[in-house]
Structure formats: structure tokens, C-alpha cells
Write a protein that binds this ligand. Structure first.
Ligand code: EPZ
Length: 416
């Protein structure tokens, strides 16, 4: 298993380009199942999770061809089962459920199961499909869905769910009649998916707001669409600049998608200049503690909570970080404390008292964003940090150690 070694203390300087968004690429690639036409997607990131969903589509019968960051998919469907051995490596595989039921009238998808950050149920996905006329059975750890034809209806999501909104939006594009999603997720990745679907001939209005209206059509065509920039990767590099007191230009991002983080970094004392699709972050010599509450978009993203906590461990003062989206997203806390951080967990709050310095240590990645937060802590810790289980970070970051090393970090990957 690979490890990442970091010698802390270097201030990051220079420019870094952001890759396509993992959480937009996954639903958009899944959406190619809805059409017999040829789909061409640009700016697809080279990530383990993207490799997984490509494998999943091939297992269903699709022809998939990658040329650099462009992906071509022709989804002839030979079978409608997404097997456990693929789904267990990536929960977002549930995103093939809606398209398969919509196009084929049936699907058998392994239940994704929980992960380190929470139980991650999909009950809202299933309840919505049932409301649209699908028969849903749970058997042997699989969801079995069948329908004689999905019908449009109004669906109110009990909680804002990103992949739930995406799954049902995809199911609705081929349903008979109109579907209205209320309390829909407003994340930019949902909007990116709607743009790709409308490019195929779907009729979706309101994506990016909490009410999305989908007028069913009988079939979809070919499409060429681009994946938006990854706001979580961009935010991770912005925090890397702040935590090392460096001066970094993050290029090819969408500053509008980063407003919650930008506001918090400014409040913490970093200076941020926005110039088109570039954001320049220069961390002063010290940052001050700020309080964070994670919320659905446009609130502070849960996917940047761990990274912001790393910054707060070396800030001046005490910060209260509340995680309201997932029930167990503090797996990085114990590892940070082994590096000398002073953090007390109280329910869904972490009270972080800034310390003068962190000490490098062997630490273990537990989930994707926790891994990124430990890399950030390693960048500023005294001595060597050795991060194991690096496969977690490769799920969501394209060669992160190469991008950081080009910014001056003393970081390298060792293959074990
Ligand atoms: C998406 O996960 C992202 N993944 C996550 O990113 C992200 O953290 C999350 O949205 C929140 O922004 C992808 O887009 C592939 P949710 P998702 O459904 O859709 C509860 C990363 O690091 N819920 O919005 O699975 C759920 O338990 C990953 O890139 C139900 O109760 O998240 C959670 O508490 C991690 N029932 C809350 O809603 C359901 O049927 C929000 O979850 C669905 C969700």
C-alpha cells in the first residue's frame, strides 16, 4: 500500500490547476445510461472513483473510451445488475439505479452500505422511486426495482440529499408527465448534471435551486458536456496556502462555488484575490480561529470541514466546528491529536484550541477528506508525517502529492 511522506515547514508558492469535479463526474457519467446516443464528457478527472464507475458501466454493457480527460460512452445495456464487489468500493454507484429503472424498467443494485463518515442510507432515493411507480424490494443486500413505466409526481425530500436529488432527477427525465422535486439539493454538481441531461434533450428547470421541475420525454439523444471544476479540490489548495503562510494562485476554479470558504478564510486573516477563474490566497504569518458550521450548499461544505479543522489546529484562539450533515465525520480528529493538536469532541461539535506547532507523526487515512486534512497538517508540522492508506485520497484527488510538490511542498509518495 502506498504511503505519503511529508517534511513540514515549507511555505507553498506558485500556481496550481484544479481538475474536474469528482462529484459532478460520477452522476454525469451515470446519466449516459439514459440514452442510446453517444455521450462525450470533457474535463473528467483521473480518479479512482471515476475508474470505478467506468468499470460499473462496462459491466452493464456500455462501451467506454477515455482519451486524456475526455470520456466517450455509448451505453448499450446488456444487463441491469450493479454487483456488490463494485458497489462496495464506491457508494456513489447507487447513481446507476435511477437511470437503469428509467431506461430499462428494472435494476438490481447492491445497497452501498455505510462508510467511515456515517450510515449513508439511501431511503430517500427509494421512497421517491416508489412514489414514481417503481416496485422496490430489498433482498440479500440488494435493491431490486421494477416498473411498468415511471410516472411524474411531486416529491418532497425530508433532508437535502445530493445523490438523492441526482438519482431522482435522472429517473424523472424519461417518466410519463412532470416531476417536481422540492427541498432538492442546490449543489453546483446537481446543476452540472441538469445541464448535461438537458444537452441530451431532457427538459429540466430550476436545478441549483430547491425546486426542480422535470418534464418527462420519451427518449434522449447524444450529448457533449463538460464537468465543472472541483470546488473541494480548489478549497483544499486554498487552505494549503493559508496553513503554510504561502502565496498560491488556484487556477481554473469557479469562485462562486467557494464563497462560504472564501468568507471564512478572510475572517481567519488570509488575504484572497479573485480574478476570473483564479483565486489567489496568501496566508499571513498567522491565522485566527473562526467558528464553522457545515450546511448544504451554499453553506460551508462538509467536504471541507476536515481541511478547515487542520487550519484551526494551528490558529490563534479557539474554534468551534459543528458538523451537521454527517453523524461521524470527525475521524481525522484522533490522528490530528497524535500530531499534537488540541481538540475536544462534544457530540457533533469539535472544539479546537490552536497550538503553536504540530509534530509530524505516522498517521492513518480513514476517509477521503480526512486524508486531505492530514496532508495539510503534515505540511505545517515539524518533522516527518507519514500518511498510510493513501488509496483513500486517490479516490478524490488527482496526484495530490505532485500538485503540492510543484508548489514547493516537501512531499513524496513511497510505494510499499
Ligand atoms: C454527496 O454524498 C457527496 N458525494 C459527498 O461527498 C458529500 O459529502 C455529500 O453529498 C454532502 O454534500 C457525491 O456526490 C458522490 P447526501 P451523498 O445524500 O449524496 C442523509 C466526498 O468526500 N441521507 O447529500 O451521499 C445522509 O445520511 C463525498 O466527495 C438520508 O438520510 O450525501 C446525510 O446525513 C463524501 N437518506 C445527509 O442526508 C438518504 O436517502 C446528506 O447526505 C440520503 C441521504
Amino acid at each position: 500500500m502506498d504511503k505519503i511522506l511529508i517534511e513540514g515547514g515549507e511555505k507553498l508558492r506558485g500556481e496550481v490547476s484544479v481538475s474536474g469535479a469528482k462529484n459532478a463526474a460520477l452522476p454525469i457519467i451515470a446519466s449516459s445510461l439514459l440514452t442510446e446516443g453517444s455521450c462525450v464528457f470533457h474535463n473528467v478527472p483521473d480518479l479512482v472513483d471515476v475508474k470505478t464507475i467506468k468499470k460499473l458501466l462496462v459491466s452493464l454493457g456500455a462501451a467506454v473510451e477515455a482519451k486524456g480527460n475526455t470520456l466517450q460512452v455509448q451505453a448499450g445495456i446488456q444487463q441491469c445488475e450493479a454487483s456488490y464487489d463494485l458497489v462496495k468500493t464506491m457508494r456513489a454507484s447507487i447513481l446507476v439505479l435511477g437511470p437503469l429503472v428509467a431506461r430499462m424498467g428494472r435494476a438490481r443494485v447492491s445497497l452501498p452500505g455505510g462508510c467511515a463518515i456515517g450510515a449513508r442510507p439511501v431511503n430517500l432515493h427509494l421512497k421517491a422511486l416508489q412514489a414514481m411507480g417503481a416496485e422496490i424490494d430489498l433482498r440479500d443486500g440488494y435493491v431490486e426495482a421494477t416498473t411498468k413505466g415511471l410516472k411524474g409526481t411531486t416529491i418532497f425530500f425530508d433532508t437535502s440529499t445530493v445523490t438523492g436529488t441526482e438519482n431522482i432527477m435522472m429517473a424523472a427525465v424519461l417518466a410519463r408527465g412532470t416531476t417536481v422535486l422540492e427541498n432538492a439539493a442546490k449543489e453546483p454538481e446537481v446543476e452540472n448534471l441538469a445541464t448535461a441531461l438537458n444537452g441530451m434533450g431532457a427538459k429540466i428547470r430550476g436545478a441549483g435551486t430547491d425546486v426542480i421541475t422535470i418534464e418527462g420525454v420519451t427518449s434522449l439523444d447524444s450529448v457533449e458536456a463538460s464537468i465543472i471544476a472541483d470546488r473541494v479540490e480548489a478549497g483544499t489548495f486554498m487552505i494549503a496556502a493559508a496553513i503554510t503562510g504561502g502565496d498560491v494562485v488556484v487556477k481554473g476554479c469557479e469562485p462562486k462555488h467557494l464563497e462560504a470558504l472564501t468568507a471564512k478564510l478572510r475572517e481567519a486573516g488570509a488575504s484572497i484575490e479573485i480574478n476570473g477563474s483564479s483565486v489567489r490566497v496568501s496566508g499571513g504569518n498567522s491565522v485566527h480561529s473562526v467558528d464553522i458550521t457545515t450546511l448544504p450548499y451554499p453553506g460551508f461544505p462538509t467536504d471541507l470541514q476536515a481541511q478547515m479543522m487542520a487550519l484551526m489546529t494551528v490558529a490563534i484562539g479557539t474554534s468551534v466546528i459543528r458538523e451537521t450533515v454527517f453523524e461521524n465525520r470527525f475521524m481525522h480528529v484522533n490522528e490530528m491529536m497524535r500530531m499534537g493538536a488540541d481538540i475536544v469532541i462534544d457530540g457533533n461539535r469539535a472544539i479546537v484550541s490552536g497550538v503553536n506547532r504540530l509534530r509530524g507523526a505516522p498517521v492513518m487515512a480513514t476517509d477521503l477528506r480526512a486524508s486531505a486534512s492530514l496532508v495539510l497538517a503534515g505540511l505545517v508540522a515539524e518533522g516527518t508525517t507519514e500518511l498510510s492508506r493513501v488509496y483513500h485520497i486517490d479516490r478524490g484527488y488527482e496526484r495530490i502529492e505532485e500538485k503540492l510538490s510543484r508548489l514547493g511542498a516537501n512531499i513524496r509518495r513511497v510505494r510499499e
